[in-house]
Design a protein around this ligand. Structure first.
Ligand code: GDP
Length: 454
């Protein structure tokens, strides 16, 4: 028979999500001591004591919510600029590059009284190539007599140097007005904001017990919260209170509706799965332990990995497991799921309720890993030790070196390595394994990108 339910399921608009669009991002780039922190404080309108940039102290990238003339935006202070003896240019340039990638506009701060140093020049070279608006702030111009110091900086080729005094506020308002003129309403680079309860997708092949799990986990005291301030509830999502906390299960209509396997249903099912995973922050992949682990199970897991979402594996129908099947299952897990051995596992029965209480801590662990940020200093200490112990194998008499690394983003943790040559995939996997050994990252994929310097 024609399967209307499948068509109906597919016609629901999977784009109807209440993400908060990401605010535009302004990255502040500059050496320590040029007055970056003071300028950030000024932009944020903070009255607190100004934190001085202290040479020798590596601060990390920090972002703040700012508002100017009724418009909200994010300020990213790149921090972490302390040049080390060897890698001076690598680390400064790396921080600047990452900041540029993450921003919609860049504000480069120079100390007008000092002028441009060689480090500044190095960053300027990078900034000239950026296809985003770049503003040049000549800081510490506390009064008009110092303005000629700013004018000298025309020579950097970054356009008009804007004389400002972060300390006294001089010139900052005009500069912000101009910056806001070019910042887009919604960021073109930042990911959408996460608002409200954490979003969970329950995915898996048909009949593995997704809807049973949802019902059982939600239990009697299911609380469906309809109204969240400022957002309209997505009709296909359900907000459920479990363990004293509200979770948002995305795309539950797709779970609850019985979709019978008909022609094309596979296609719709996988479409549905990707849509749910994209909307979620963490995915629970449900696996039926009474059946052999199938290619389809693995495909669904890989889909979660490709979307960079946190992952929890729920081995369901544990009540049906006998000793023989159990032995097979262990072997299947070893063979087919070795690449996700870092994902938390819960062995549950949606029918009897066995170990369902373990689901929430597993979700929390996975999300925590997904949100983890390793400070740049720590990450580089980690890299230095790793490289010292296990240098990259020689290739054609040459050895690619890792100059510097930084975590460019979270959700999932994404690292950028600046290297002198292409790193072998095996070596990159080795770095990933080491990262997991030391930092855990249980339940989250890790991404490692490379930037090769010639
Ligand atoms: P879905 O298609 O993934 O949503 O799967 P359902 O929740 O509809 O479950 C499919 C079938 O498996 C139903 O007959 C459920 O009663 C059964 N089922 C679900 N969970 C369990 C479990 O833990 N143990 C057993 N024995 N059966 C289960």
């Amino acid at each position: 028979e024609g399967d209307l339910e499948v068509l109906d399921a597919a016609s629901e608009n999977p784009d109807e999500v209440t993400f908060l669009p990401a605010l535009p991002v302004l990255a502040i780039v500059g050496r320590p001591n040029v007055g970056k922190s003071a300028l950030v404080n000024r932009i944020l309108g903070r009255r607190e004591a100004v934190v001085e940039d202290t040479p020798g102290v590596t601060r990390d990238r920090v972002s703040y919510k700012a508002e100017w003339n009724g418009r909200r935006f994010t300020v990213v202070d790149t921090g972490g600029w302390e040049p080390d003896a060897k890698g001076i240019d690598a680390s400064v340039a790396a921080q600047a590059e990452v900041a540029m990638d993450l921003a919609d506009a860049v504000l480069f701060v120079v100390d007008a009284n000092v002028g441009a140093t060689s480090t500044d020049e190095h960053v300027v070279k990078l900034l000239r190539r950026v296809k985003k608006p770049v503003f040049l702030a000549a800081n510490k111009v506390d009064d008009i007599r110092q303005e000629p110091n700013a004018a000298v900086l025309w020579s950097l080729g970054l356009g008009e140097p804007r004389p400002v005094s972060a300390l006294h506020g001089r010139g900052v308002a005009d500069l912000l007005d101009d910056i806001l003129k070019v910042l887009p309403e919604v960021s073109r680079v930042a990911k959408d904001e996460v608002g409200g309860p954490r979003r969970v997708a329950i995915v898996g092949r048909p009949n593995v017990g997704k809807s049973s799990l949802l019902n059982k986990a939600a239990g009697e005291d299911r609380v469906v919260v309809n109204e969240l301030a400022g957002t309209t509830r997505d009709p296909v999502d359900e907000q459920v209170e479990i363990g004293g906390k509200i979770w948002r299960f995305v795309d539950t209509a797709g779970i609850r509706r019985r979709v019978h396997l008909q022609q094309g249903a596979d296609f719709y099912a996988s479409l549905r799965t990707s849509a749910a995973v994209e909307k979620a922050e963490v995915a629970v992949v449900v696996i039926d332990v009474s059946q052999p682990i199938s290619e389809q199970d693995v495909r669904i897991i890989d889909l979660v990995l490709e979307s960079g979402r946190a992952l929890v594996l729920a081995f369901n129908k544990w009540d049906l497991l006998d000793d023989e099947r159990r032995r097979y299952l262990e072997r299947e897990i070893e063979q087919d799921l070795a690449h996700v051995s870092w994902a938390p596992r819960v062995n549950i029965s949606a029918r009897t309720g066995r170990h369902l209480e373990k689901l929430v801590p597993a979700l929390e662990t996975a999300l925590e890993s997904w949100d983890t940020r390793i400070p740049t200093g720590k990450f580089n200490a980690f890299l230095a030790e790793l490289v010292a112990e296990h240098p990259h194998p020689l290739r054609g008499g040459k050895q690619p070196r890792v100059l510097f690394g930084t975590q460019a983003s979270t959700r999932p943790p994404t690292f950028v390595l600046f290297t002198t040559g292409f790193l072998d995939p095996g070596y990159r996997r080795f770095i990933q394994r080491r990262l997991r050994e030391i930092y855990g990252f249980e339940g989250s994929p890790i991404v490692i990108n490379m930037r090769v310097r010639e």
